[in-house]
Design a protein around this ligand. Structure first.
Ligand SMILES: NC(=O)c1ccc[n+]([C@@H]2O[C@H](COP(=O)([O-])OP(=O)(O)OC[C@H]3O[C@@H](n4cnc5c(N)ncnc54)[C@H](OP(=O)(O)O)[C@@H]3O)[C@@H](O)[C@H]2O)c1
Length: 242
């Protein structure tokens, strides 16, 4: 098996960790970025990934809204080159009313959900091998349809889908594919309906998604789709067709 060198932002907790475990099972060399997670959580993610088959795991602490480039270059220095980037880190703020959402808060959402993936991708390009690689972004069903009280989130994720398509066009000549996964409601660590924000029976397939549903979609783009680029895969149990 070829040990792919994979950078995952927000990779030590929640969905990011499950995605990392999927790559670990493929023997990858992982760079797990984190920001507010504790050292203990980061160490736990590292040991879980090694148990699941990762060849090496590098922990990369850093706030990607201000130090995206340094996170990328640190990983490239440790791993040699970068084959796959997963832009997973994101924020999902809820605003009770429009007056609740200040331009500054809007900007902060854009900084993490849109500008950081751009900065990470831009910095990573110079570290891809000549044969290319893959960039996979994590958007949301909220980037495809409009949700109440989520204006900044809706805009940031739909723009991330557009960014994905634009980068796909731009990077095709370097044989770098760029695709995006748009999850619906995913249940992580037994979260309740109140936390998830939608009743399970409103989802056509009759259940919330689980983190593995998302990890599988990311792994598909990363390993099994060399002729697919600029595409958005909605993983939502059919909610987008209701
Ligand atoms: N969960 C869902 O149901 C769902 C649905 C649709 C889309 N998504 C998308 O899928 C992705 C992962 O979802 P999630 O629920 O696991 O998200 P999450 O819990 O809100 O956060 C994901 C990660 O983002 C990282 N992060 C936040 N600010 C950062 C910064 N400034 N620099 C570096 N990392 C930062 C966090 O790392 P630290 O903890 O280390 O700070 C966290 O682990 C997100 O992009 C999200 O929008 C999730």
């Amino acid at each position: 098996m070829i040990n792919k060198r994979v950078l995952i932002t927000g990779g030590v907790r929640r969905l990011g960790l499950h995605i990392a475990l999927g790559f670990a099972e493929r023997g990858s060399i992982l760079g797990l970025n984190y920001h507010r997670a504790s050292e203990r959580e980061a160490d736990h993610a590292q040991s879980e990934c090694l148990k699941h088959g990762a060849k090496q795991v590098f922990l990369l602490k850093g706030n990607i809204t201000v130090e995206a480039e340094s996170v990328v270059h640190r990983f490239a220095k440790l791993a040699g080159e970068i084959d796959i980037v997963v832009n997973n880190a994101g924020v999902f703020p809820k605003r009770e009313s429009l007056s609740d959402l200040t331009p500054k808060q809007f900007q902060q959402t854009l900084d993490l959900n849109l500008m950081a993936p751009f900065a990470i991708a831009r910095a990573a390009i110079q570290h891809f091998p000549a044969q290319g690689g893959a960039i996979v972004n994590l958007a949301s069903l909220g980037g495809v349809q409009i949700w109440k009280e989520r204006i900044d989130y809706n805009v940031s994720k739909s723009a991330l889908i557009t960014l994905t398509k634009a980068l796909a066009r731009e990077l095709a000549e370097k044989r770098i594919t760029v695709n995006v996964v748009a999850p619906g409601a995913i249940q992580i660590d037994s979260e309740t309906e109140a936390k998830i924000g939608i009743a399970e029976d409103r989802i056509p397939l009759g259940r919330y998604g689980n983190p593995q549903d998302i990890a599988r979609a990311v792994l598909y783009f990363a390993f099994d789709a060399p002729y697919v680029t600029g595409q958005c895969l909605v993983v939502d149990g059919g909610r987008s067709v209701t």
